[in-house]
Design a protein around this ligand. Structure first.
Ligand code: NAP
Length: 282
């Protein structure tokens, strides 16, 4: 039977410490500030943004959400980012993705001051991560690394398989695992015989976005299984990429969905905003 990695409990614990840290910073005249820019009315994005705002406010941070019509021009959005880059109240700037098609996301991410890029998506921050000297780290893989740490899961020399190669999860995850001296295989939709490759993993991280895709055929006995997926089943219930009930008996550790990776992602976003505020004061 696998030990359940309780992302919610870990996130609550880390956030309780962060709240005290923010109190202390505020008493020194520094209130960490986060602004989230949301373009258009995508309901999923609205929920994510609301959760980020709530978390920041709960921690005593200065939090703002800036809403824009879906028709905003790229130039106007870039000007808004520039305005926030220059505003000392904000240590973190996050542009909620996806953006409408007429806006070039890459240009937008490049416009954010890398020191305020608390999502860790700026090419400068990704470059630093790939060079082994990370500063701002994409929050989902960062949160997963914190889970390994909290549960004393040793990565040194382990076979790690990452399923999915997105810029925000799969690729940065692979680099973070590499930093901890795991032997990393990155797999994707063109990988041949994926179950056989996944079955080699001591550490299996799944980030593909397909409900219950990973079954027991993918998992070696004793593997650590991390499920990043957030999908809706036919009844609208939130489910992961991993068939939990089937895989859990095989795994040594496993994250559930919900209350696994999700709460840690948002926690790391807050942690990086606080870190950015502290760095600015140094
Ligand atoms: P993405 O950009 O859509 O990337 C999905 C990746 O999965 C791609 O690399 C794709 O391969 C691969 N893939 C798709 N189908 C596959 C298959 N049948 N076999 C093997 N690989 C396959 O997704 P993402 O942004 O990384 O997100 C992945 C999942 O994590 C989604 O469910 C998302 O909602 C969730 N997520 C959760 C959090 C959280 O906080 N919990 C944060 C971010 C994302 P190709 O490159 O070959 O197309």
């Amino acid at each position: 039977m696998g030990i359940k990695i309780d992302g919610k409990a870990l996130a609550d614990k880390i956030q309780a410490d962060m709240k005290l840290e923010v109190e202390q910073l505020v008493s020194q005249g520094v209130q960490p500030g986060l602004v989230v820019l949301l373009v258009g009315e995508n309901p999923a994005s609205q929920t994510y943004v609301k959760n980020k705002e709530l978390a920041a406010t709960r921690l005593g941070m200065h939090s703002e959400v800036s809403l824009y019509e879906a028709s905003i021009t790229e130039a106007d959005l870039l000007a808004e980012i520039q305005r926030y880059n220059e505003d000392p109240k904000f240590h973190g700037i996050l542009v909620q993705l996806p953006l409408p098609e007429h806006i070039d996301s890459e240009k937008v991410l490049l416009a954010i001051d890398p020191k305020k890029d608390v999502d860790g998506f700026h090419p400068m921050n990704l470059g630093k991560l790939f060079m082994g000297a990370p500063e701002m780290i994409p929050c989902t893989p960062y949160g997963i690394m914190k889970m390994f740490e909290a549960y004393d899961i040793d990565l040194e020399g382990k076979n790690a398989v990452v399923i999915g190669r997105s810029n925000i999860v799969g690729k940065p995850m692979a680099h973070l695992l590499l930093e901890k001296n795991a032997t990393v295989t990155v797999t994707h939709s063109r990988t041949k015989d994926l179950p056989a490759v996944a079955k080699q993993a001591d550490i299996l991280v799944v980030a593909i976005g397909r409900g219950h895709f990973v079954t027991k055929e993918f998992v070696k006995e004793g593997a650590v299984v991390i499920d990043v997926g957030m999908n809706r089943d036919e009844n609208g219930k939130l489910i992961g990429d991993v068939k939990y009930d089937e895989v859990e008996p095989l795994a040594s550790y496993i994250t559930p969905v919900p209350k696994g990776v999700g709460p840690m992602t948002i926690t790391m976003l807050m942690a990086q905003t606080i870190e950015a505020a502290k760095r600015k004061e140094r």
